[in-house]
Design a protein around this ligand. Sequence first.
Ligand code: ZN
Length: 411
Amino acid sequence: MNTIDIDSPIITKNRIEYNYRINGNWKKLFKEEKFFVEYNYNIDNVPESIAIIPLICNILPISWLCDAKINIKDCDKNFFESIPEFKEGYVQMYPNLEFKGSIEASKLTKNKMKNPKGALAFFSGGVDAFNTLLNHIEEKPTMFTVWGADIKIKDEIGWKNVENHIKEVGNEFKLSYIIAKSNLRECFYENKLCELVKDSKDTWWHGFQHGIGLICLAAPITHIKEIKTIYFASSYTEKEKGKFTLASDITIDPYLRISDTNVVHDGYEFNRQDKVHNIVEYSRKNNKKVKLRVCWQENAGKNCCNCEKCWRTMLGLFAENADPKDYGFNYTSKQLKRIKNSDGFEHVEIWYEPIQKALKKNVKYEDLPNEIKWFYKIDINKLGHHPIYSNLKKIIRKVKRLIKRIQNEQQ
Ligand SMILES: [Zn+2]
């Protein structure tokens, strides 16, 4: 039987470490190094029942899929009771997978905040996160960023860039920020976890871990600071409901409760282009600088201007009559030209159709930079389909057939 017995977390100043013993076949998914989380904030008086949550949320989906039992000593009652509710989101999202497993706590503690108020907003620096931050700016949310999500914990240079970016945003908008450093990805064998869920056609981090896994890292902070609401930015909208799998979802995040803190899957009413519009509009009206960080390529935490995510955002900004250079994209003319010949466009009707629509509404064709004028007129369904590439592929297929025929004739 698959089990994990978790000791009381070891809390020292700003760090929580976890000791546990794993039994059963699922042990192969865990590395030797133990889970930890560390903050730029003192959390040493956080109760055990809250301190356990960061680890729990990162192993729950594994335990469900491996039919494993989690044994813990003390757990926040509200959180514990919310587990079946957010688990149901996973069950509905992945009908071809079985979500079993169980969790048992020797003790459930009802944590009560004296006066919960204010907000914490997860902040990666991308379009979704910035839209959430600016839409709730009146609440003066504490920004919360995780080192160990898209930037590896050994990547000090990449992280320095990210942290400088957060500091800049904090200064510009007069907001405080919290950083959580955790090996939440690196203490598991992610390739084996991907193998475990291969029938879902999604990856472990994207489809199973990153929503609740990240949100729960904030539990010690929201508890100590008595924060009422956690905002976690949505990627999709109502229109796309059920079309994609993603660990952070309207059917999962809002069902999570930690003590007296609730979670909002924020910005669900806006598509990505609406969000770009909101950001540009806020920046103009309030004369505030917005430097986006959207790129997930390994580029030391900066926008590479060479990947799909960068192009999508740059085109989105052009469509709002803004120069991406003012929003953190230090592109060259050569890079802008390259977009046209790429075949890496994804989900064209969801991401690119609204961009083209906004472009036609907001910008005159002649005002566009020459390098991207083509995007104004292109049939959006043909985006990424290049006659040269298609012809090349046809030629390759022909040559392969020819080689095969020659080989057959020689035999
Ligand atoms: Zn990029």
